[in-house]
Design a protein around this ligand. Structure first.
Ligand SMILES: Cc1cc2nc3c(=O)[nH]c(=O)nc-3n(C[C@H](O)[C@H](O)[C@H](O)COP(=O)(O)O)c2cc1C
Length: 186
């Protein structure tokens, strides 16, 4: 059986980026546990054509390739930095260029980072409704991480790791036929 495909998209232009680190961290754990193939992108991977694109057909090949990866994922991990209590405008623009049918029923782990805890509900009040519009299956546990949860752009907090374990355990409900990576080589 072909490995299931996990794709992560981090809505940050920064490198290094806490959002990219968080999405990559969760993708790594999910892949190890469930044997997904895994690829993570950020907004620099999407490239400069996004800002000028009114329609999807206006994107260059670089940006179109990232959207193709997003919509063809079996499991998606979305991560967004918090800007003014919500997601950055250009990240929303990327999502705006996706046809509503393309994310329907897709399992999505929603995650966000922010400077502090004040906007921790951004995941519930902004990201979950956004993917509700697409009729995606956002997993029940949403992950929010603040500056405090990272050391040198790596996940360092035990509390955050526990929450990540919770969402990882929720993945199984969507792939009942898939086997843990441990047995994938048999
Ligand atoms: C324009 C801008 C607006 C921001 N607004 C917020 C905010 O409203 N709440 C918050 O907690 N952090 C805010 N931050 C901090 C970022 O969300 C935080 O540093 C984030 O982890 C950056 O992610 P990155 O390292 O992936 O780029 C803001 C940062 C910028 C640059």
């Amino acid at each position: 059986m072909a490995a299931l495909k996990l794709v992560g998209i981090a809505g940050s232009f920064n490198r290094p980026s806490k959002t990219l680190a968080l999405v990559s961290h969760i993708a790594g754990i999910a892949s190890d546990k469930r044997g997904f193939t895994s690829k993570v992108y950020d907004m620099l991977d999407v490239g400069p054509s996004l800002g000028d694109a009114t329609w999807r057909k206006d994107l260059d090949g670089q940006a179109e390739a990232v959207i193709s990866e997003i919509v063809s994922a079996d499991l998606l991990i979305v991560g967004s930095p918090t800007y003014k209590g919500s997601y950055p405008g250009l990240f929303k623009h990327l999502i705006d260029l996706i046809d509503p049918r393309e994310l329907r029923a897709k399992p999505i782990i929603i995650t966000a980072t922010g400077g502090g805890d004040r906007h921790a509900l951004m995941v519930e009040h902004q990201l979950r409704p956004l993917f509700g519009f697409f009729m995606s299956h956002t997993l029940p546990t949403a992950i929010y991480a603040s500056d405090r949860d990272f050391a040198d752009y790596a996940v360092s907090s035990e509390q955050l790791s526990k929450r990540i374990d919770e969402v990882i355990s929720e993945i199984d409900a969507f792939f009942p036929g898939s086997r843990p990576a441990l047995y994938a080589a048999e």
